[in-house]
Design a protein around this ligand. Structure first.
Ligand code: ADP
Ligand code: MG
Length: 362
């Protein structure tokens, strides 16, 4: 018996693609687990769409292989790959009604009428458009159209579901709603999925794992939690979550402990622990806003001026200007707010802060 649809692993092995002098994908390796929801997160131009198009078969790589389950699909045309794709701009057929849009992939595959009806009805039910089969596409809202596109991609029971910024055209509230709906569908029926976004919050909410992309490479891959807690460098740190990055100088590294000095007029010395510390020399200290706190009386700290206080329910976010001119955000629970203009001294929780290389390792 074959494995059930949607429960195949996917491997990209040394996949590369150039457009003239532009290297859209460096030789790239990526393994996706069966049933995993993996998100490619990266800025515009980092190669996300190129990778999806190669997975779908719309684009031939210059080199490398794409394997779905145990099948090398690199040389197969799109229709032979059993891959579903959802695009940013719906790409629905305007002259067909909702039912026929969803039925399209099944008609191409010559699925018998009774089965076709049952499968389209199920797919429309899944995206909560059960009563919309007879509607024309131009009678639907943007969110409804995107759910039709999702139903159309899922109805063929793809081995791999690809979504390229599918919610980019929706307003924020609707986007959040459809995000949760896509994740709910995935929980009900896991299916190997590659999802593309440049929205970090979307990546955090939806994904089992996130691959952060940069210049045609995967900069770092991991669960949202791993990427947030253990970014490898400033690029990853800035892409997932808010980050304060203070220039420091690492004076000494011994075993899993580094002594460093914060750059600036106060020359504050501190230590950090970790198993992947950068070597001695210039580096960056990553302190997320929740790791920053006011220094206690007599405790060493860095001088800062309060520039802005923002209430976020029980959280208070404070924007600080350091004596070096750098902006630092501090976020605290149930803390009395500081007055704008106040001079305070700040420090950070060493267990929540992390030393990063000054530049990305090449
Ligand atoms: P993303 O989806 O992350 O925004 P793309 O995969 O679309 O990135 O593009 C990666 C790089 O390849 C970019 O520099 C882009 O300009 C370039 N590129 C993409 N498609 C083409 C094309 N058809 N012709 C020339 N350059 C392209
Ligand atoms: Mg793109």
């Amino acid at each position: 018996m074959t494995m059930s649809a949607g429960m195949h692993g996917v491997s990209f092995r040394q996949v590369s693609k150039s457009y003239g002098a532009v290297r859209a994908l460096r030789p790239l390796d990526l393994e996706i687990e069966p049933g995993e929801f993996l998100t490619l997160l990266g800025p515009s131009g980092s190669g996300k769409t190129t990778l999806l198009n190669i997975a779908a078969g719309f684009l031939d790589p210059d080199g490398g292989q794409v394997v779905i389950g145990s099948r090398d699909v690199t040389a197969l045309p799109p229709r032979a790959r059993n891959v579903g794709m959802v695009f940013q701009n719906y790409a629905l057929f305007p002259h067909l009604d909702v039912f026929e849009n969803v039925a399209y992939g099944l008609r191409v595959r010559r699925v018998a009428d009774a089965e076709l009806r049952a499968r389209v009805d199920t797919a429309l039910g899944l995206v909560q458009l059960g009563d919309f089969g007879a509607r024309a596409i131009n009678q639907l809202s943007g969110g409804q159209q995107q759910r039709v596109a999702l139903a159309r991609a899922m109805v063929i029971e793809p081995d791999l579901l690809l979504m390229d910024e599918p919610l980019g055209a929706l307003d924020r509230q609707l986007r959040k709603h459809v995000q949760l709906e896509i994740r709910r569908l995935h929980n009900e029926k896991p299916r190997t999925t590659i999802y593309v976004t440049h929205d970090q919050e979307e990546a955090l909410v939806m994904s089992d794992r996130v691959a952060i992309m940069r210049d045609g490479r995967i900069e770092q891959i991991g669960t949202p939690h791993e990427l947030y807690d253990r970014p490898r460098n400033a690029y990853s740190a800035s892409f997932l979550g808010e980050s304060n990055l203070l220039p420091v100088h690492i004076d000494e590294v011994r075993d899993d402990r580094a002594s460093f000095t914060v750059d600036g007029p106060e020359a504050l010395r501190s230590q950090s622990q970790g198993d992947d510390l950068p070597g001695p020399g210039p580096a960056l200290l990553l302190a997320r806003p929740e790791a920053v706190r006011p220094a206690a009386d007599g405790e060493p700290g860095l001088e800062a001026v309060v520039e802005e206080t923002v209430y976020l329910g029980e959280l208070v976010a404070t924007r600080l200007r350091m004596s070096t001119g750098q902006t630092v955000w501090m976020r605290r629970m149930n803390a009395p707010p500081h007055e704008v203009g106040a001079r305070i001294r700040i420090t950070w929780d060493p267990a929540k802060a992390r030393l990063l290389p000054e530049k990305k390792p090449s």
